[in-house]
Design a protein around this ligand. Structure first.
Ligand code: SAM
Length: 300
């Protein structure tokens, strides 16, 4: 049931009285601090769930009735409104596989399709399909910052920049961008990440997509990457992009090279632009989704 944040404690107390299986509380959050942190959002309701064993249907009915009566009393205290108590059966056997439902096949841009490994996809002949397993380095669906990069890679492919290119994916995470670049025809892709789990995930996902000969992954950051590269992808956060601006400029091949920097929370965009310009990068493109911005840049 949906519950106003003010009433969460009282309602969860009532539900836990009738539901021995416990109560879960899904708090509403709003993003702050460049999207890296979250704070409780008092304007949206929390979702409370309680689980009753259905083996004794009579006992479950009695528990629901009792909860409804107690919730009714609570309303009389003039708290802000609480939602309806909804009841539905949940099959235990559904749980083990239920999480997979949250990962659909995703089309990003025109041709790129992200397919979770257990799903099938029958697409158009020129679809570029990436098979990914959502390990720890891959959230539910795709983050807007990742989508902006994937769309950017597809746009570069349409301009003929990806075929035969050398690519650096700085902060490779699951390897999704590195693998997309390889599948669009890049000659060699280096993914680097400070997190060893990300490096493992990139290697595993490159194997799944049969691009191990063209995608390498290593633990580290810009300093060990070498270069210059034809294409540099950096889906980091604004403060890192500001700090790494000089190194990014050095990693991009002057003239034809391109940088796509993503993960920029909209209110930090001016700082990133200023850092790029003083490092010798010229911003030549911008895309955005919700509060996230990606900038395309080159070195003259
Ligand atoms: N490239 C993936 C994508 O677009 O979905 C993952 C991007 S994730 C937002 C940022 C990644 O950068 C994380 O995996 C993190 O471990 C890594 N990272 C953070 N700071 C880094 C640094 N200084 N150098 C290299 N990688 C870094």
């Amino acid at each position: 049931m949906a519950v106003d944040p003010e009433a969460v404690e009282a309602v969860s107390e009532i539900l836990s009285r009738v539901a021995p299986g416990g109560v879960s509380i899904e708090q509403p959050f709003a993003l702050i601090d460049e999207g890296l942190a979250a704070r409780p959002d008092p304007e949206r309701p929390a979702i409370l769930r309680a689980y009753l064993p259905a083996i004794d249907a009579g006992a479950a009915d009695r528990a629901v009735r009792e909860a409804r009566t107690l919730l009714g009393h609570l309303q009389a205290f003039e708290l802000r409104p609480i939602g309806e108590l909804e009841v539905r059966p949940v099959h235990e056997s559904d749980w083990a596989e239920a999480w997979k439902r949250h990962f659909p096949v995703l089309r990003v841009g025109r041709r790129l399709v992200i397919r979770p490994t257990w799903r099938r996809h029958r697409g158009a002949p020129d679809d570029v399909v990436l098979a990914l397993d959502p390990g720890m380095a891959f959230g539910t669906g795709l983050h807007p910052t990742t989508r902006l990069c994937l769309a950017g890679i597809e746009a570069w492919a349409d301009e003929g920049r990806v075929t035969g290119a050398s690519v650096l994916d700085l902060g490779c995470g699951s390897g999704i961008l590195a693998i997309a670049a390889a599948r669009f025809g890049a000659r060699s892709v280096l993914g680097v990440d400070t997190d060893p789990i990300a490096v493992e995930a990139t290697v595993a996902n490159a194997r799944r997509n049969h691009v191990t000969r063209r995608v390498r992954a290593a633990r580290g950051s810009l300093a060990m990457a070498g270069g210059p590269f034809d294409l540099v992808l950096a889906n980091l956060i604004a403060s890192l992009l500001v700090g790494l601006a000089g190194g990014l400029a050095a990693a991009v091949r002057p003239g034809t090279g391109r940088l796509l920097a993503s993960g920029i929370f909209i209110d930090r965009e001016p700082d990133v632009r200023a850092a790029f310009e003083s490092a010798g990068l010229t911003v030549i493109g911008r895309s955005h989704e919700t509060d996230w911005v990606a900038l395309e840049a080159r070195v003259p």
